[in-house]
Ligand binder design. Structure first.
Ligand SMILES: [Fe+2]
Ligand SMILES: [Fe+2]
Length: 303
């Protein structure tokens, strides 16, 4: 059995003090949002407690599905790199970017260089910037990192994968499916809109992404962005594919409609199927970290 700890939306604090010229962009809105809303909600103490809880479960691998930063300042990317170094060795930690990591145009060049060790294919050259999608093979598992992180207009938090990435994703899914690996796709934005309130935060080409999954199949899709623990399915090549969204890793410790949390995913192979178990662990109203949901799936192996 392979056990994956799934963190997302850690929105690392504290936010470095921006220079005045840094705020001459969408960052001004994000900075105000941080000062008046998120700085109270997103806490390092919550994240540290969740990480300690996660360590006690002794996962084989850790994934972080984006939004490590807040307004994509260079100093935030550097602080996130140091946090990743403490989280674990690059071989055991896989990261993808979220919309807050691509808050303004051109921010992507910084995380693609500074976080490359955690978001590159196994066969990438050392020193090469991250490219998407990437593939990492681990003990019967294919971890495929997709980027939906694009800079969007003020008051929007949309994402997009684009046709080129979709085409490469089909090829990676088919190749790793033929190898008999359990294919886990990492993407920041959820692959379907849950209700109209998410319209300004949606994956604009979600239909394209779902069509890739329906064509090539996958065994598990992991996302973040919604800051809430959720498990659903989307159609796959040979049946429904489980989709798990993790709560925010720096979310509040209790009494909130979106408490902080993370998830643990267990993937086992028996003779003729993959067994996938999705477990969400979040803060309860008293601030204790408890199991809040557990779902099991049995998936036919790719043919
Ligand atoms: Fe987020
Ligand atoms: Fe996000």
């Amino acid at each position: 059995m392979f056990r994956i700890a799934h963190f997302s939306d850690v929105h690392l604090a504290p936010l470095p003090e921006p220079r005045l010229r840094d705020l001459a962009s969408k960052r001004l809105i994000g900075y105000a949002n941080w000062r008046f809303n998120r700085a109270c909600e997103m806490t390092t103490q919550s994240l540290d407690r969740l990480l300690a809880d996660m360590r006690a479960h002794n996962p084989d691998h850790i994934v972080v599905t984006g939004d490590l930063a807040n307004i994509a300042l260079y100093d935030e990317f550097e602080a996130a790199r140091l946090w990743l170094e403490r989280l674990g060795p690059p071989a055991d930690v896989t990261v993808i970017p979220g919309n807050h990591d691509a808050y303004v145009p051109r921010a992507h060049r910084h995380y693609r260089r500074l976080w490359a060790q955690w978001m590159s294919s196994d066969d990438a050259d050392p020193g090469e910037d991250a490219r998407f999608p990437f593939l990492r093979r681990r003990d019967g598992i294919a971890l495929i990192g997709v980027s939906s992180a694009v800079a969007s207009a003020p008051f929007m938090a949309t994402g997009r994968i684009g046709p080129g990435q979709a085409e490469k994703l089909v090829a990676l899914l088919e190749k790793t499916g033929a190898e008999g690996l359990a294919r886990i796709v990492l993407i920041h934005h959820p692959p379907k809109l849950m209700d109209w309130r998410g319209y300004t935060r949606r994956l604009t080409d979600a239909g394209r992404f779902r069509s890739v999954i329906q064509t090539a199949g996958a065994e598990l899709i992991l996302h973040g962005h919604d800051h809430r623990a959720i498990t659903m399915t989307v159609p796959g090549r040979s049946g429904p594919v489980p989709v798990a969204g993790a709560a925010a890793g720096s979310g509040p410790p209790g009494g909130s409609h979106k408490p902080g949390g993370y998830a643990i995913h267990e993937i086992a192979v028996d003779e003729d199927a993959f067994q996938v178990a999705v477990t969400h662990r979040c803060f309860d109203a008293e601030g204790a970290i408890v199991e809040t949901a557990r779902d099991g799936f049995r998936l036919s192996p790719p043919c």
